[in-house]
Design a protein around this ligand. Sequence first.
Ligand code: ASP
Length: 348
Amino acid sequence: MKKILLCSLCILTALQCREAVSSDPHGKAAPPSSTPEYALAIHGGAGTILKENMTPEMEAAYRQALDEALTIGEAILKNGGTAMDAVEQTIIFMEDSPLFNAGKGAVLTYDGHAELDASFMDGATQNAGAVGGVRIVRNPIRAARAVMERSPHVFLVGQGAEQFALEQSLDTVPNSYFLTERRIEAWRQTHPDEMLPQTGYQTDSRPVSDYYGTVGCVALDRAGNLAAGTSTGGMNDKRYNRIGDSPIIGAGTYADNATCAVSCTGHGEFFIRYAVAYDVSARMAYLKEDVATASDYIIGQRLVEKGGTGGLIALDRHGRIAQPFNTPGMYRGYVRPGERYVGIYKDE
Ligand code: ASP
């Protein structure tokens, strides 16, 4: 299993207001004077994302993809759409992008398949849905929302989840649809002289950089409702049928109108063990911490002490946004009326 470098110095302090973003992204600024009409934040994964390992073309492609994702989400919220629709559509775009470890472009399991996890939560009702270990569902976030809205269950996995997706007429694809050259290279590194089952392609050994790339979105709509979603291929070279935090409500995803909406990325086993997404909400509910304080503590202190790497995005009902991470980088962005932010590395 791949490891990412721990860097406790690189916590990006929560971005609480417009002024803070433009002048001091690391500072703790006062919250916005009034609640914005809408807000949306995204991540595209945290990990060993370093400028020196990135070509200018790759960096530009990531920035553009993050920006396009924000545009999709913002258009929905601006026009009075729901936070749930904004989250779903934004994540569908990121799943369809080969850049991120979700949907097309997902990392591969030890046995050479893309196996996808996703979850979705409505902060107004606290209804939730999730799918785990699906291999043929084109957009797992759609399936997660469908589980929430069209089944009596919260979490379906494997063949049962795929059967449900088929019954709901969701798009299905052969597993080879998800494969990209970059993920095949990553798989080759740990499987020299083996064949990828979908391609019959003989592998060789080449280095790849350590990397996570889950996608996530949190949104606040004009009606004051929060929603959260997360979608991933999981961790590179994971055992087949391994389930990470992303589809687990309370670990990788959480939403409660009374507190916040959260989506996580990182070493999933730690996020499960420390119930990271719920813990942000719980600290806000019980300790009366604000979203930035709660998120910073969880990612910058608690997880660091425990040896867990990653980050999260969190958004409260007042439109305050936190995006802390304890890795060298995290693909991320947010949008509120009149402001937009996209970042990759720790110093921006
Ligand atoms: N959290 C995901 C998992 O462990 C991986 C990631 O965020 O990139 O499955």
